[in-house]
Design a protein around this ligand. Structure first.
Ligand SMILES: NC(=O)c1ccc[n+]([C@@H]2O[C@H](COP(=O)([O-])OP(=O)(O)OC[C@H]3O[C@@H](n4cnc5c(N)ncnc54)[C@H](O)[C@@H]3O)[C@@H](O)[C@H]2O)c1
Ligand SMILES: O=C(O)C[C@H](O)C(=O)O
Length: 341
C-alpha cells in the first residue's frame, strides 16, 4: 500500500486529481499539501468511503505531508492567463518548484516525483539540478508529466478521422485508434511532437493532418483562451495526471505496464546516452519518450518510436530539440548559476 502526497492539492488540478486518487485502491494514505486550504479539501474527501486515509497539511507542515510518501505529485504553482506563454510562468514557478523539491530531498528522498507545474521543460531540470546539489538525485524517480498531450492527441485524432472521407474509424473502435498515436519531445508548443504510428491515418487525414498537429501542440492555448483569465486546463489535466500516477502505482504493485511517455533526464537513465545519439544531439539532456518502469521508477527508455518517424515527424523532433535546449538551460541555470555550466 502506498502513501501518495499531492503538493498543490487545493488548486484547480490538485482538487480533482486528489479526488481521483481517493478512489484508487492502491493508495492507502493520501497526504494533501498546499500553502492554503489543504485541511479543508482533505476533510471534504475524507467523507468518501474508500479505504485510503486522507490528511490535509497546512503551509508550515510540508514535512508531515512528505514523510513516508512513496509518490509525490506536484501541481503547485501559477497557471497561465490569455497572452502568456508557459515560459512566462518561470518567474514564479521556478522558485516554487525549487523549494518543494528541496523539501522532498529532505523528507522523502526516495519518492517518485511527478512534476505537473509549468514550464515542465524547465521545472524538471530545476528539480534534477536541485536534487543533484543536495546529493539526493535518483534520476529514474524524476518524471515530467506530459500525459495531457497524449490524451489530447488521442482525442483529436479520433475526432479528425471521424470527419474525413474514407475514414478508417468506421472499422476500428476509439480505444484501438488511441493506441496508434503518442506524443514525444517536451510540453510546450513546437516541443510537443505527436507521432501517428499508422501511416494509413496520416493519409486519411490529408490536409487536416497539419491542423491535427497544431491542435495537439497548442491545445493548452485553446483552454486558456476559453477560460478567459480564470486559468488553464484543470479537469483534463487531473485525468491525465491521474492516468500517469495510476501507471506508477500499478508498477509499484508489480503489475506489467506499457511504456508511457514522460520528460526525463536522459544521462541518468540506463540507456539514455544511446537515446541522445539516436536523437543526434548528445548535448540534449531531457526529452519525453515512452519509458519502462520497474517499481514505479524509470528503468529504461523505449525509443522504438524513433525508428519509424516520417520525414515530417523527424523535422518536428529537430525543431523541438532546438527549443528544448534553451528551456533546459534556463532551468539548470536557475539552480546552479551560469558560471558553473
Ligand atoms: N503538465 C501539464 O500538462 C499541465 C497541464 C495543466 C496545468 N499545468 C500547470 O500546473 C500548475 C497548476 O495549475 P492549476 O490550474 O492547478 O493552478 P491553481 O492556481 O489553480 O493551483 C495551484 C495551487 O498551487 C498552490 N501552491 C502555490 N505555491 C505552492 C507551494 N509552494 N507549495 C504548495 N502549493 C503551492 C496554490 O495555493 C494553488 O492551490 C500550473 O503551473 C499550470 O501551468 C501543467
Ligand atoms: O496550457 C497551459 O498553460 C497548461 C497546460 O500546460 C496545458 O497544456 O493545458
Amino acid at each position: 500500500m502506498v502513501k501518495v502526497c499531492v503538493v498543490g492539492a487545493s488548486g484547480g488540478i490538485g482538487q480533482p486529481l486528489s479526488l481521483l486518487l481517493k478512489l484508487n485502491p492502491y493508495v492507502s494514505e493520501l497526504a494533501l499539501y498546499d500553502v492554503r486550504l489543504a485541511p479543508g479539501v482533505a476533510q471534504d474527501l475524507s467523507h468518501i468511503n474508500t479505504n485510503s486515509n486522507v490528511t490535509g497539511y497546512s503551509k508550515d507542515d510540508i514535512e508531515g505531508a512528505l514523510k513516508g510518501s512513496q509518490v509525490v505529485v506536484i501541481p503547485a504553482g501559477v497557471p497561465r492567463k490569455p497572452g502568456m506563454s508557459r515560459d512566462d510562468l518561470f518567474k514564479i514557478n521556478a522558485g516554487i518548484i525549487k523549494g518543494i523539491v528541496t523539501s522532498i530531498g529532505e523528507y522523502a528522498p526516495n519518492s517518485r516525483i511527478l512534476i505537473i507545474s509549468n514550464p515542465v521543460n524547465s521545472t524538471v531540470p530545476i528539480a534534477v539540478e536541485q536534487l543533484k546539489a543536495m546529493g539526493k538525485l535518483q534520476p529514474g524517480n524524476v518524471m515530467g508529466v506530459t500525459t495531457l498531450d497524449i490524451v489530447r492527441a488521442e482525442t483529436f485524432l479520433v475526432d479528425y478521422l471521424a470527419n474525413v472521407k474514407k475514414s478508417p474509424t468506421r472499422q476500428y473502435d476509439k480505444t484501438a485508434i488511441s493506441k496508434e498515436v503518442t506524443v514525444i519531445g517536451g510540453h510546450s508548443g513546437k516541443t510537443i511532437v505527436p507521432v501517428v504510428r499508422n501511416e494509413l491515418y496520416i493519409d486519411s487525414l490529408q490536409d487536416q493532418y497539419a491542423e491535427f498537429i497544431h491542435r495537439v501542440q497548442f491545445g493548452g492555448d485553446e483552454v486558456v483562451k476559453a477560460k478567459d483569465g480564470a486559468g488553464s486546463a484543470t479537469l483534463s489535466m487531473a485525468l491525465a495526471g491521474y492516468r500517469f500516477t495510476e501507471t506508477i502505482l500499478r508498477s509499484i504493485h508489480r503489475e506489467a505496464t506499457t511504456p508511457i511517455p514522460t520528460f526525463v533526464y536522459l544521462p541518468g537513465i540506463s540507456n539514455g546516452r544511446q537515446i541522445q545519439k539516436k536523437l543526434r544531439n548528445e548535448a540534449l539532456e531531457y526529452f519525453s519518450l515512452p519509458v519502462r518502469l520497474v517499481d514505479g521508477r524509470v528503468s529504461a527508455i523505449d525509443a522504438s518510436v524513433l525508428d519509424h518517424l516520417s520525414a515530417k515527424e523527424q523535422e518536428m523532433v529537430h525543431t523541438a530539440i532546438q527549443e528544448l535546449l534553451g528551456s533546459i538551460d534556463k532551468g539548470k541555470k536557475f539552480v546552479i548559476g551560469s558560471s558553473k555550466l
